[in-house]
Every structure is written in structure tokens, then in C-alpha cells.
Design a protein around this ligand. Structure first.
Ligand SMILES: [Zn+2]
Length: 229
């Protein structure tokens, strides 16, 4: 069987279908939203409430994020380990990615926190005097813009679809640069591409930050209203 004979089972748009089969490249904005300190969170929930509870917390986080990354410019939205990766295309792609990041941040701060607070808290039976009691759950979000190529990676049992592009890996690295609870880090290139912005919605903080081994102009974006801080 060759790669060309494998048809994708489900894809959101014809555009990426075509890109997948022909290895075509599209201009896209990558949004990467990462759960902070996820290994500590998994360990804490596992030791207090069991392995299934830890899976429940992360499934709830990933599903909740993906439900809030919506709109006509979303071309791909998927879990990536303990994070979510989304690709947006079209003229409003950067602004739509930014809006989606804000919806996710608000969801994690409000609805997710309310739903999973108990599982993220000590049940009083751990016997650990140094137990932290309750763990905060926060996310970092990174955005970059550039070419994205959908490709298929063969393995002995399955074919995996991967999205390849420097903007995808830069967005992932930038998610570590963002300061929770309500900052999104984006490259200056993505920022320029997203102009013009509604001046009432966001505040911008330019900085020079080491990303992927080199210094880059990074814009930290803070949502002005309503604040989650
Ligand atoms: Zn405890």
C-alpha cells in the first residue's frame, strides 16, 4: 500500500484534504494552547483520586478547549499531548486565532475550574503534610503565522497525519513564553499579519524573547475585558 492510496477518514475541509493528498502547503496561523505543569497535575490527581480521574481532568480540558475553537477559519483542531493545536486560514486567521485563545482562557478560568476543582483538590486522605491542597490549572497560548503542510507519516500499523511548518513549532514554544492567566504570546510577524485589531479588546506588550534558540520579537497580548486575573 502506498501513501497515496490511504484516504483520510475525516477531515474538516476540502482544502486540507487536498493539501494532505498532494502535500500542498497553505498559509495558516497556528494556535497552540498548553496546560502548564501538567505532569505535576497528573501526579497530584492520580495520587489523590486515581488514574481515571487524571484522565477525566485532561479529557475535559482538551474537549472543552476544542469546543471553543470554532468559526469558519478553523481548518484543523486537535489534541497534541496535553495541549491543543489549531490551524486557521483566510484573511482573518490571526484575529480569529486570538479570539479563540481568549475563549479558551476564559473557559479554563471559569467553567473548567468550577467543574474540576474537586479533582484538583486534596481529599484529606493523602497523609502528606506538605500536600499543596489545591493545584492551579492554567494554560499558555502561542500564535505564529506561516506556511503549513499537511503530510502523512507511515508506521507499521497506521498512517498518521501531521501538520508541518515552523509556525507550528514556534507557536508551541511561544505557549511557554505566555504568562498565565491571560496572556497570549505571538510573533511580531503574526501580529503584523493580523492588523488591524480592535483597540478596545487587547493590550500589546512587545519584547525580545529567546524562542527556539534565537532572539525574536514577541508580542505579549493581554485581553482587556473582562479580565481573568
Ligand atoms: Zn493531599
Amino acid at each position: 500500500m502506498t501513501i497515496q492510496e490511504v484516504r483520510p477518514t475525516r477531515h474538516p475541509t476540502a482544502e486540507l484534504d487536498t493539501a494532505l493528498l498532494a502535500l500542498r502547503t497553505v498559509e495558516g496561523t497556528a494556535l497552540f494552547i498548553d496546560a502548564r505543569a501538567s505532569s505535576q497535575i497528573v501526579y497530584f490527581v492520580e495520587t489523590h483520586h486515581g488514574s481515571q480521574a487524571a484522565a477525566q481532568v485532561f479529557t475535559g480540558f482538551l474537549a472543552g478547549c476544542m469546543h471553543r475553537i470554532t468559526g469558519s477559519s478553523v481548518r484543523e483542531c486537535r489534541p497534541s499531548g496535553d495541549a491543543v493545536l489549531a490551524i486557521f486560514t483566510g484573511p482573518a486567521r490571526v484575529r480569529d486565532a486570538l479570539d479563540a485563545a481568549w475563549r479558551v482562557i476564559r473557559f479554563v478560568h471559569d467553567e473548567f475550574d468550577l467543574t474540576y476543582r474537586e479533582l484538583l483538590s486534596c481529599n484529606g486522605r493523602c497523609g502528606d503534610r506538605a500536600c499543596r491542597g489545591t493545584l492551579p490549572f492554567s494554560v499558555g497560548a502561542g500564535i505564529d503565522d506561516g506556511p503549513v503542510t499537511a503530510s502523512t507519516v507511515p508506521s507499521p500499523r497506521h498512517f498518521y497525519r501531521e501538520l508541518v511548518g515552523s509556525c507550528v513549532s514556534i507557536a508551541a514554544k511561544l505557549s511557554d513564553v505566555a504568562r498565565p492567566p491571560n496572556d497570549v504570546a505571538m510573533t511580531s510577524g503574526a501580529y503584523e499579519c493580523g492588523q488591524p485589531y480592535d483597540p478596545g479588546l487587547y493590550e500589546w506588550y512587545p519584547s525580545m524573547t529567546r524562542v527556539g534558540g534565537r532572539l525574536q520579537h514577541v508580542i505579549l497580548t493581554r485581553f482587556t475585558e473582562p479580565s481573568v486575573s
